[in-house]
Design a protein around this ligand. Structure first.
Ligand SMILES: Cc1ncc(COP(=O)(O)O)c(C=O)c1O
Length: 360
């Protein structure tokens, strides 16, 4: 029988003078990066695994781009239950290594969808094995809810707004349910995603679940092609401001946050930080989507393992290359158009200037 103690820890909530100065309001950081597995995922997955162990599960199988898999491996080890984690080929070697260090067997698939299919096949063949979903199960929301209960204990008054990142919507479900239980139903949420992993934004806009054909964002842990049905339902009942940033915007704040707060986070979390670093918060205030005299905000520093200083450098290089390539293609298209029309010298000069600006 598993102990009644949860696997997650109570995380600190503290003010960031650096972000408060930039945002013009008191910014609190809920430091989920300080969980034993480096992200908030342990809250929901810990609760799920505990319940399943009590029900007699003999093996856990998960499909994950990183943090859910690591949380599963960690809980399985504590529960003395074997775990197999299917990860996409793109998962960084150091994340795979951490799962193995927790005693899990790691298998690979091309995409997260393929990993999910393989994991579910495995569970179908063994009736006492359990598939551990990364989101979308009530036990997972139940675990994530604890984040808000902690905030209520840690804050003197309710926050003006909560900022969080959305992948499959598990954290969003837990936070909305937690807000209801805390009697903070009127606290709005800014739900952040990156373009190319924006399945929640697309679904909310459409009013029904939308499946993205492909995940193209580098924030791979936000890469759920379809969000949980519950996430859409709850978001339609609560004040949720859905915002999407580009990959460069999600990455740009990471080194600044590291310098100021001494915390290294992955792009999935960088998407939430972009609310301040990209100036989005001010835009939302100007558009009257948030009050100008916002009293405070909480950013859930969801953390993440898919990052090292080396990986951060690689991401910056990759994004810069993609940006220059895009500019290059745009210049080429403009040149082709001009050749076709073959006119104005002014246009040639301006075109040459822009080709020079993008280094070609
Ligand atoms: C670091 C991090 N932030 C945010 C998310 C999104 O969480 P959810 O899938 O519950 O929406 C994930 C998902 O794995 C994650 O790893």
């Amino acid at each position: 029988m598993a102990s009644s103690k949860p696997f997650h820890v109570v995380t600190p909530l503290r003010v960031s003078p650096h972000l408060s100065k930039l945002a013009g309001t008191k910014v609190y950081l809920k430091l989920e990066n300080s969980q034993p597995t480096g992200s908030f995922k342990i809250r929901g997955i810990g609760n799920f695994c505990k319940v399943m162990a009590e029900k007699g599960s003999k093996e856990f199988v998960s499909a994950s781009a990183g943090n859910a898999g690591l949380a599963t491996a960690y809980c399985a080890k504590l529960l003395e239950i074997p775990a197999t984690i299917y990860v996409p080929q793109s998962t960084p070697a150091f994340t795979v290594e951490r799962m193995k260090d927790e005693g899990a067997t790691v298998c690979f698939g091309q995409t997260l969808d393929e990993c999910k299919n393989k994991a579910q096949e495995m569970v179908k063949k063994n009736s006492d094995w359990t598939f551990v979903p990364p989101f979308g199960d009530p036990l997972i929301s139940e675990g994530h809810k604890t984040m808000v209960a902690e905030m209520k204990e840690q804050m003197e008054s309710k926050p003006g707004v909560i900022v969080l990142s959305v992948g499959g919507g598990g954290m969003l479900c837990g936070v909305i349910q937690g807000l209801r239980e805390a009697g903070w139903d009127d606290v709005p949420i800014i739900a952040m995603e990156t373009w190319g992993a924006h399945s929640f934004h697309a679904s909310l806009k459409q009013g029904e679940l939308v499946t993205l054909p492909k995940i193209t964002s580098i924030a791979t842990t936000l890469g759920a092609a379809t969000v949980a049905e519950e996430a859409l339902k709850l978001a339609q009942e609560h004040c949720v401001i859905s915002q999407v940033v580009t990959d460069p915007e999600a990455v740009a704040g990471i080194p600044r946050f590291l310098d100021a707060e001494k915390i290294l986070v992955e792009p999935a979390c960088g998407a939430s930080l972009a609310v301040i670093y990209s100036g989005l918060i001010k835009t939302l205030q100007k558009e009257c989507k948030l009050p100008r005299d916002l009293e405070s905000m909480v950013i859930i520093v969801c953390g993440g393992n898919n990052i090292t200083l080396e990986e951060l450098d690689r991401l910056k290089d990759e994004l810069c290359m993609n940006h220059r390539m895009k500019e290059y293609v745009e210049c080429k298209v403009a040149l082709a158009k001009w050749n076709h029309a073959s006119n104005s010298g002014t246009f040639t000069a301006s075109l040459q200037k822009s080709l020079g600006a993008c280094g070609h």
